[in-house]
Design a protein around this ligand. Structure first.
Ligand SMILES: *Cc1c(COP(=O)(O)O)cnc(C)c1O
Length: 450
């Protein structure tokens, strides 16, 4: 197999995700033969540093020896079994572990096989909980501007990224949308804390007005990732938790992207010391190995479904690959690595290095902001740094950064005008410096200063 061969055969039969396929008339498709640690290698031996963890899933590197070993062992005993009426050791052990490490009160695990499906589960469970409790008026959800919760119709409904949403608008549920606490828009001299509190006022008003018809508020705690790595202060989550309790509305924390250490703590909710009613996890859950997702919830929610069969109160939702044994094994091996490597603590040094290596960009004439939460660092390019006037999306400035990075052996995949790093935790300080160098060159080229 060689690069050209596989590209030609690919373009004859595949349709790639989140891609205008016509772009590939001019944009090279990158075939990958092998992965090792933070690096991906093509069939000619060309290497790419995976700065975005292959869409935010990889935590401890590609072809991780420990996860590989655990998977090989599991493969010889059980690959998969139906999870209705049957069970297996990896799913039980993983559930015990997740209940132990997630915020207090989350005591039940319901599995699905990707992030969007987990969001669907949380939305349906919340709605169904209220119905089982006799509250049939509750049929709506509150979400934040710029939020992203996945691509299936229910998950897309509670998202607010126009690029993904607008086309399908006629098919979607109509959520109530609160302004984002995105601190990029804070006033001069205002800090994240105060701006986040100020932005909460509109959420509070929405809850006060609509709580009787609202099942749940859904949020991406601390970082709205797909919406452009938009960040807020934990105080927003504190206030939101308190308001949801006051108004009798569930809180769904979608930590599909930010969970498993990305924001500096194992779960982002920890920084606000809150427990949601539903916690959605996927992406890093299996260390980037296999599709798996889980919704954790409280026994209070679980009990509302626990009844005689004839009452028809059960949650009759399922996916064929629910709780797959190999995926659960990869997840357990990933959690072992967190302990073995003391990863959350070790990441502090890496996060500090990311900050230091990009500090100079804060003065770049076309950078409006460099922001960070733990292991996520984002650089927002702008036409005018003082007015923060953005570049028109049609100019595809981010794509220029992407192309440059590829030519230098790095996989950076900007979200519009936002260049970001979300690397696997096995990245080295030197590799972070290299990424910062490539990003700086890419931004110079993309913004026409070089
Ligand atoms: C990626 C993502 C999803 C969707 O997960 P998929 O596995 O891609 O369906 C949902 N919510 C957030 C916050 C995400 O980043």
């Amino acid at each position: 197999m060689n690069n050209d061969d596989i590209i030609r055969r690919d373009l004859a039969v595949l349709w790639h995700p989140c891609t205008q396929m016509k772009d590939h008339e001019t944009l090279p498709l990158i075939p990958i033969a092998r992965g090792e640690g933070a690096w991906l290698t093509d069939f000619k031996g060309r290497r790419y540093l995976d700065a975005i963890s292959s869409w935010w899933v990889n935590l401890f590197g590609h072809a991780n020896p420990h996860i590989n070993r655990r998977l090989r062992e599991q493969l010889d005993s059980l690959e998969h079994v139906i999870l209705a009426g049957f069970t297996h050791e990896p799913v039980v052990r993983l559930s015990e572990k997740l209940v132990e490490i997630t915020p207090p009160g989350l005591e039940r695990c319901f599995y699905a096989d990707n992030g969007s499906s987990a969001v669907e589960v949380a939305l349906k469970m919340s709605f169904h909980y209220w119905r089982n409790r006799g509250q049939r008026r509750k049929t709506r959800f509150i979400t934040l501007a710029s939020s992203y919760h996945g691509e299936t119709l229910g998950a897309l409904s509670v998202g607010d990224v126009p690029l993904y949403r607008e086309t399908y608008e006629p098919l979607l549920l109509r959520p109530l949308i609160a302004p984002s606490p995105d601190c990029f828009h804070r006033a001069a001299g205002e800090d994240w804390h105060d701006y986040s509190i100020r932005q909460f006022a509109a959420m509070e008003a929405l809850l006060e007005r609509h709580h009787q018809e609202t099942c749940a508020v859904i949020v991406e705690p601390l970082v709205q990732c797909a919406g452009g790595m938009r960040m807020h202060h934990p105080v927003y989550l504190e206030k939101l938790r308190a308001a949801c309790d006051r108004y009798g509305v569930h809180l769904i924390a979608d930590e599909i992207a930010v969970g498993f250490g990305r924001t500096g703590t194992m779960f982002a909710c920890e920084q606000a010391q809150i427990s949601p009613d539903f916690l959605c996890l996927s992406k890093g859950l299996t260390g980037g190995y296999l599709p798996l997702s889980v919704v954790l919830t409280t026994n209070e929610v679980y009990d509302a479904f626990y009844d005689d069969y004839g009452k028809l109160n059960a949650f009759l939702h399922s996916h064929s690959y629910t709780g797959n044994a190999l995926a659960c094994t990869a997840a357990l091996a990933t959690l072992e690595l967190f302990e073995q490597r003391d990863a959350i603590n070790a990441n502090r040094a890496l996060a500090g290095r990311m900050r230091a290596a990009t500090a100079h960009l804060a003065d770049h004439p076309h950078v409006a902001e460099v922001r960070q939460q733990g292991m996520i660092l984002a650089i927002e390019m702008a036409r005018d740094r003082s007015t923060r006037e953005p570049y028109d999306w049609r100019e595809r400035r981010g794509l220029r950064v992407y192309r440059h990075a590829l030519s230098r052996g790095a996989l950076l995949r900007p979200l519009g005008n936002v260049v970001y790093f979300m690397p696997p935790y096995v990245v080295t300080p030197e590799e972070i410096d290299f990424l910062a160098e490539v990003a700086t060159e890419g931004i110079d080229i993309a913004t026409g200063e070089s």
